[in-house]
Design a protein around this ligand. Structure first.
Ligand code: F6P
Length: 320
């Protein structure tokens, strides 16, 4: 988010536009907690995750009177346009505000979940996958040494992008992802069968599984207990949690944030409103805000095929 903020402020200054930041996002908008922000304030922040202007979850912003208050606060500073960096919750808020405010609004896709339609990648996703991959690599050392099963729980809200990306990058044996669970929920019996088959084929016990959050009752801890107690498989859980949202941003995120921050300002100058500044197939795009959460980017089917049919077949093939 810092890299995106920096890009917005630098682009605005380049085009002779004054910028004001609201601390803590919508919460700051409601509290009229504004601060002028200039190029000198953002020059060297892109190497840090998070945001120097802070962020918050703001439930109250869903209400009509909250959006009206925000509109009045924006008008009190003579603001013409608002750039919102965030995920689907932030964009729903942006669209809601647009019903009560005359200024122009552009969204910049900032979420580790990668779950916004219309852009190939969201800012934060590459970093989160990198962190999860690094953790999986480290876990693999013990899995290998002790012939153990590990379940690594990753974030992603209702989407399996972090799960799929990190599992592929680290060569995990299994993924339990929301999209797959929706299609056909995995049973413990099927999982145990897969673990045993993979272990048998490879002649070793190392088996690392990536579990997307909210996809198993009781999460990784409960599943590990069940596998160990009921099926005698030595198994340990690992919850990555919020470490996936921190640390030095990956180069891909810094570059994407820089490009989309500038794109957002240029869209405003071109008269665009109520759209997300995105990038698709190497082209800059403007996506209507409601599309970003109403439509869905599917998981990469080819990666799923490779993982499930070639690397770790979930069904018996001729060889197995
Ligand atoms: O949307 C980003 C995300 O990190 C999700 O992956 C996760 O489910 C959620 O936010 C965590 O939110 P909080 O920090 O408010 O618990």
């Amino acid at each position: 988010m810092n890299a995106a903020l920096r890009a917005v402020v630098l682009a605005a200054e380049h085009y002779g536009i004054e910028t004001i930041a609201f601390r803590h996002g919508y919460q700051g908008l409601l509290e009229n907690d504004a601060m002028p922000i200039k190029a000198k304030d953002v020059l060297h922040i892109l190497q840090y995750s998070g945001t120097i202007i802070k962020s918050a979850r703001c439930q109250r912003f869903k209400e009509a009177d909250a959006a009206q208050e925000a509109a009045a606060n924006l008008d009190s500073h003579n603001i013409d346009a608002l750039v919102i960096i965030g995920g689907d919750g932030s964009f729903r808020g942006a669209d809601h505000l647009a019903n009560h405010w005359q200024g122009k609004i552009i969204g910049v896709p900032g979420t580790i979940d990668n779950d916004l339609y219309g852009t190939d990648m969201t800012i934060g996703y590459a970093t989160a996958v990198n962190i999860a991959m690094d953790a999986l690599d480290k876990i693999r050392d013990t899995a290998d040494a002790m012939d153990r099963v590990f379940i690594v729980e990753v974030m992603g809200r209702d989407a399996g992008f972090i799960g799929l990306g990190s599992a592929m990058a680290a060569g995990a044996e299994r993924m339990i992802l929301p999209e797959l669970q929706k299609e056909k929920p995995l049973t413990v019996a099927a999982l145990v069968k897969h673990i045993q088959r993979v272990q048998e084929i490879r002649g070793e016990g190392s088996y690392v599984m990536v579990l997307s959050e909210h996809q198993w009752p009781g999460g990784a801890v409960a599943l590990a207990e069940q596998l160990e107690a009921e099926h005698h498989l030595p198994c340990r859980p690992c919850l990555l949690g919020h470490i996936q949202r921190g640390g030095a941003p990956a180069p891909a995120d810094r570059i994407l944030a820089s490009e989309l921050g500038v794109h957002a300002v240029e869209l405003l100058l071109a008269g665009e409103h109520r759209v997300m500044a995105g990038k698709r197939a190497n082209e800059r795009v403007a996506v209507p805000l409601p599309d970003t959460w109403q439509k869905k980017n599917p998981l990469d089917q080819n990666l799923l095929r490779i993982q499930h049919e070639i690397f770790n077949p979930v069904k018996k093939n001729r060889r197995t």
